[in-house]
Design a binder for this molecule. Structure first.
Ligand code: DLZ
Length: 200
């Protein structure tokens, strides 16, 4: 069934040859964890292999553009013997620095990423923090994808309440669990990754 909102009727794309990066913030962890699960599920359902998914975390959404840029740069460095961990360590100075960035698993491939998904959850508070971070991050991520020629999927929720976040992570209460937007972000990464290979 198609709905008024959302990306329309689902099309399936074969992600089995793709390499996807995910960078997620840790602020608002409960919502982030559910979104991350949804994203990973969509990648898996599209055939993306576990070993071709690289996940990094950063403290908050403000750090997303920088981390996406580092992940993207590392994947551009050819390092057949050490893989992306070694390549990123070359850029950052040492492997221990990289470990502290929480690379969740070593990559088995040094191929460039076909798409990178940036996930963050901003919840409006009493100050102007929300506006500044939302604006900076959305512009930063857009710049990265246009200048880097890589799809950067916009997984930043900008919310007015905790409840909005729970609904958009598919974990709302009272029988209305909502929809996990991570599913859409995973699917968007696969579609753009496949199309990018055709366009290039
Ligand atoms: C400081 C801050 C605040 C107030 N709120 C959020 C939020 O709702 N979501 C989020 O991802 N990050 C938040 N942060 C942290 C900033 O993104 C950033 O990590 C710090 O300002 C350090 O640069």
């Amino acid at each position: 069934m198609t709905t008024l909102k959302g990306p329309g009727a689902p099309k399936s794309y074969d992600g089995s040859a793709l390499r996807i990066g995910i960078v997620h913030a840790r602020w608002n962890t409960k919502i982030i964890d559910a979104l991350l699960d949804g994203t990973k599920k969509a990648l898996k359902d599209a055939g993306v292999k576990d070993e071709n998914v690289v996940i990094q975390s950063v403290p908050g959404s403000y750090e997303l553009p920088y981390a996406v840029k580092q992940l993207y740069s590392a994947s551009q460095v050819q390092s057949s013997s050490t893989g992306v961990v070694g390549a990123a360590a070359d850029l950052l100075g040492s492997t221990s620095d990289l470990t502290s960035l929480s690379l969740s698993k070593p990559a088995t491939s040094t191929a460039p990423f076909d798409a990178i998904i940036a996930i963050g959850v901003l919840i409006k508070g009493e100050t102007m923090h929300f506006e500044y971070i939302a604006d900076a991050v959305s512009h930063g991520l857009m710049r990265l994808q246009l200048e880097g020629n890589i799809p950067v999927i916009f997984g930043l929720l900008t919310l007015l309440s905790d409840e909005q976040g729970l609904m958009r992570a598919g974990i709302g209460g009272s029988g209305k669990e909502g929809h996990n937007h991570g599913l859409d972000w995973g699917s968007a990464a696969v579609e753009l990754g496949v199309k990018k290979r055709g366009w290039n």
